[in-house]
Design a protein around this ligand. Sequence first.
Ligand SMILES: [Zn+2]
Ligand SMILES: [Zn+2]
Length: 245
Amino acid sequence: MPTIKGSWSSFFINLGNGDRILIDAGTRRILGFRKDILDVSHIFITHRHTDHIMFLGALLERMKRNKRKKPLTIFCPVNAFYHIQMFIRFFNPRGVPGFVDFETYTPNDPEYLISFPKSNTEMWAAAACHTTMAAGYGIIQGKKKVVIVPDTRPNCKTLLALAKGARALFHDCTFPTAVHTFAFSKGHSSPEGAGVDAAKAGVQTLVLIHTSRVRARDQQTLIDGAARHFNGEIRVAADNTTFTF
Ligand SMILES: [Zn+2]
Ligand SMILES: [Zn+2]
């Protein structure tokens, strides 16, 4: 949940050579951080929950006010399409702005490998294990792979396969240690769950994200929880943190 200390899910990714994308659009704060998010060519939505799409309507409205002409493609799981339209229309009563194109997909569908030739990047959506159809995204540049999974329970086979050998895994860490089993049943992870996944997938760096309910606790507690199972590098994302891989 949003608090004074943090906000909802959104990841701005600079792929290089002018390719810029957004994964999720849950928070207005990202706009204060970087004005060039208004130039992204694609927005990849992980799933239809409010904390991942809340800012989408306001973001498109801002792009429209800036007289954007450049096409914008919004990728979303097929069952998120209706929800997303509603959120967009709330801020854009005249309808979805003309520069927007939608692509709906089912996570794991191999047809949906998206290429960005300028930055030699490929993106793929694997199914997450959540309470609704949800995706984790793999960003692949040659031999380097970064995987971002905001909402999932641990031990999700499709995600483990996607994350195998990744340079970095950004993993759900919604619930604190004490409620690991509860987290699992809610389609979310604890630091331990994220650590187990990072170890199983053999990633180099684990970044704990979506830490909403445990934000008040100190970062070291989260790192210690994940480190019980994973002995690679562990970092915790806070609002407007930048990572380079
Ligand atoms: Zn969710
Ligand atoms: Zn969420």
